[in-house]
Design a protein around this ligand. Structure first.
Ligand SMILES: NC(=O)c1ccc[n+]([C@@H]2O[C@H](COP(=O)([O-])OP(=O)(O)OC[C@H]3O[C@@H](n4cnc5c(N)ncnc54)[C@H](O)[C@@H]3O)[C@@H](O)[C@H]2O)c1
Length: 262
């Protein structure tokens, strides 16, 4: 089977890295199934995918809801008959900066863990049996450089502590699942982006641009390349790990960070 006949499923793909990945996969010939909570955003991105000439279907679904995820996977199967590539993109830390552990309410803690970690479990819970049957599958989880912890103010990161916790949890999830399904034609890898700017108006870009000049300069100084990356650059890494030719890369964590972690 060529990449032209492959089907990709992406959660949280109306904006940002998910949107950029959907567009790149479409350019590579994949049929694309996109799920997100933002119906209008989904429509816009789906139109852009269609304009490339790729097949696309969408589903309004909350990546943290077991029922929504099950329904979205069923809809993807109804639309395209298979799922070859799964990008677990859903994540975030909420818009309100919360620094100290004693300032973070349990409700926010649980919400952030669920959005970043439960979402990947739910997507894989429903997609892996299909991939096992196909004897083929590629899975990428969106972790973050913050999985290794970060000094300084919370900045654009909202509730950083549960966010770092969940993103580190995703690395364990990736490595264990990779070992569990490695003999079934399925690979599982994680991508760890640093500061990534989606399309104009995307959340992190907007919130970084709203920070003080001093904060922005100090933040960029931490990266050897002294700049953020466009979502397309992270999408390139995701698409490579989702490709057939990445067949022997399994359980890897790939930083896309301009050298930040090195
Ligand atoms: N942007 C960065 O700097 C950066 C850095 C490291 C890691 N990441 C990770 O990359 C992933 C994408 O981040 P981004 O900045 O591109 O995101 P974004 O904020 O630009 O877009 C997030 C998308 O998720 C959707 N969404 C939100 N909650 C949802 C839910 N419960 N169910 C389904 N969809 C939902 C939104 O509608 C939106 O389309 C996240 O996991 C994030 O943690 C981002």
């Amino acid at each position: 089977m060529s990449e032209m006949d492959r089907v990709a499923f992406l959660n949280a793909s109306a904006h940002g890295i998910g949107r950029a990945t959907a567009l790149k996969l479409a350019r590579q010939g994949y049929s694309v199934f996109m799920a997100d909570i933002d119906e209008a955003g989904l429509e816009t991105t789906a139109r852009d995918v269609r304009d490339i000439g790729a097949k696309v279907a969408t589903c309004v679904a909350d990546a943290t809801s077991a029922a929504d995820v099950e329904r979205s996977i069923q809809e993807a199967i109804a639309a395209f008959g298979r799922i070859d590539a799964l990008a677990c993109v859903a994540g975030g830390a909420g818009g309100i900066p919360m620094h100290h552990v004693d300032d973070i309410p349990l409700e926010q803690w649980t919400k952030v863990i669920s959005l970043n970690l439960n979402s990947a479990y739910l997507a894989c819970h429903h997609a892996v049996p299909l991939m096992r049957e196909q004897k083929y599958g590629r899975i990428v989880c969106l972790s973050s450089t913050v999985a290794k912890g970060r000094l300084g103010p919370v900045g654009t990161m909202g509730a950083r502590l549960p966010y770092a916790t969940a993103k580190a949890g995703l690395l364990g999830f990736t490595k264990q699942l990779a070992k569990d399904v490695g003999d079934q034609g399925i690979t599982v890898n994680a991508v760890l982006p640093w500061l990534t700017f989606g399309e104009a108006g995307a959340k992190i870009r907007q919130s970084f641009e709203a920070q003080s000049e001093e904060y922005r300069m100090k933040t960029l100084a931490n990266c050897p390349q002294k700049r953020p990356i466009a979502a397309d650059g992270v999408a390139a890494a995701i698409c490579f790990l989702l490709s057939e030719e990445a067949e022997y890369i399994n359980g890897t964590e790939l930083p896309v960070d301009g050298g930040y972690l090195n």
